[in-house]
Ligand binder design. Structure first.
Ligand code: FES
Length: 283
């Protein structure tokens, strides 16, 4: 066993695999210490949390101290300092979700599962959390399972969801990918290793697109000063070349496709194996 592997606490094969992944992560950044955040996710993908071995590994790979790694790992709530469940069930209890029932959902789940915030059920299936706003307020109250959305929840639907997770059943989020992967699998994706599913499923539903629909119906345009408004002014101005260029570069205001309106893509789209112009993919 190499000295580095022995110091890290991982066996030789695990160390070699993590080191290979780390090399590809560090290659994304001009300074290797910038790779720390994805590396902490990588460690979680291996151990299910940011373990002591994982901290030592990150420090050794990045030429920083274990204290510096710990300082970062303890700052962000996505990094777990004790073994996490297979599924993180996060109940949004930020203002809007709380008003719409998020607090009741958390309390019901807590009683149903017998755990509090950041605690894991005895079977290791679920870690329950209160989470801050997930930018899905139009679907409040929202529950997330390993960062996949479950919209418009109730105490009853949330406990049913938890029961299915504990029973090992596959569950489908309201939006996004077709199924929920494990915490370790999701951690690897967050480390930057795509599972090809990031662009799967519905990006947005009617509540999210309501404003865009209204703008189109009423022919509302962006005010001057915004990027869209400036493009509109240029298109109307005396400099026809500039106007034509602006028009070419930007669709008519209100008509441009929102990223939320993208059509569902397939794994082949994600890998680029089967380009299909009809899918409306963004550049
Ligand atoms: S307050 Fe819950 S998603 Fe925004």
């Amino acid at each position: 066993m190499t000295l580095e592997a022995r110091r890290s606490g991982y066996d030789e094969a695990t160390y070699a695999r993590l080191a290979q992944d780390t090399a590809s992560i560090m290659a994304r950044y001009p300074q290797k210490r910038s790779a720390l955040l994805p590396m902490l996710h990588l460690v979680q993908a291996q151990d299910g949390y940011v373990s002591r071995d994982g901290i030592a590994f990150c420090a050794e790979q990045l030429d920083i101290t274990a204290a510096e790694v710990s300082a970062v790992a303890t700052f962000y709530t996505q990094y777990k300092r004790h073994p996490n469940g297979t599924y993180t069930v996060g109940v949004c209890t930020n203002t809007l979700c709380a008003i719409m029932g998020g607090d009741e959902i958390f309390d019901e789940l807590s009683e149903h599962l017998g755990v509090g915030h950041d605690e894991t059920t005895d079977d290791g299936a679920i870690t329950l959390e209160r989470v801050e706003c997930n930018a899905a307020c139009d679907y409040a109250p929202v529950v997330m399972v390993n960062w996949e959305f479950f919209d418009n929840q109730t105490p009853r639907s949330a406990t049913q969801l938890a029961d299915r997770l504990q029973a090992g059943e596959a569950v489908a989020p309201t939006r996004g990918a077709a199924s929920v992967c494990t915490f370790k699998q999701m951690s690897r994706v967050l480390a930057g290793f795509s599972d090809g599913r990031a662009d799967e499923g519905v990006g947005a539903g009617e509540p999210t697109l309501a404003g865009l629909r209204l703008a189109r119906e009423h022919d509302w345009t962006a005010p001057a000063g915004t990027a869209a408004g400036q493009a509109d002014e240029q298109a109307d101005g005396p400099d026809t070349d500039a106007g034509a260029a602006a028009t070419q570069g930007a669709s008519a205001v209100g008509q441009e496709q929102s990223s939320a309106e993208r059509k569902t893509t397939t794994p082949a789209d994600a890998t680029g194996d089967a380009p299909d112009a009809s899918k409306g993919k963004q550049p």
